[in-house]
Write a protein that binds this ligand. Structure first.
Ligand code: AMP
Length: 141
């Protein structure tokens, strides 16, 4: 089985430390929230805890409790800013469930009536578009 321990050497710790750039919409002592570079829908953001955890299976419940409050706050802002009809919240734990980055994160994905989200995005979205959307969401939090 491909489950394992948390490895701090991952791309999200480098984003938290600022060693890799990101378009941030929110940050506090608990988490950072950034635009997903391969959005399944415009306004797709990730909420990433600063405390190290591999996924939902190993996260400290106290850390998770704080994190989910931020997830809700950011989801409300994303829904409002993007004029979405609904929000898909997704968290993949382990490869078989679709996890590709092994540092806990929640996806917040805007959904619209009569519109399918992108399933297989291959191209990263333009930086300028991400920056613009990030600024709008940030202003709504
Ligand atoms: P998951 O497949 O649930 O592990 O999600 C990982 C997500 O991280 C994917 O949606 C990627 O597009 C996203 N991602 C990977 N690298 C970056 C990055 N440098 N900045 C923003 N999002 C990223």
């Amino acid at each position: 089985m491909m489950t394992g321990r948390y490895d701090p050497n991952n791309i999200f710790t480098k984003i938290i430390s600022g060693d890799i750039p990101s378009h941030n919409v929110y940050e506090d002592e608990i988490c950072i929230s950034i635009m997903d570079i391969m959005p399944e829908s415009k306004g797709h953001v990730l909420v990433i805890p600063k405390a190290g955890a591999r996924n939902l299976i190993d996260v400290d419940p106290a850390d998770l409790a704080e994190l989910i409050k931020r997830v809700q706050k950011i989801a409300v802002a994303v829904k409002k800013t993007m004029h979405a009809d609904g929000i898909l919240l997704r968290q993949s734990s382990e490869e078989v469930a679709g996890q590709t980055v092994y540092h806990l994160h929640f996806h917040i994905i805007p959904c619209y009536a009569g519109k399918q989200n992108n399933k297989h995005v291959t191209n990263a979205t333009m930086n300028e578009e991400l920056a613009e959307t990030a600024a709008l969401i940030k202003a709504a939090i």
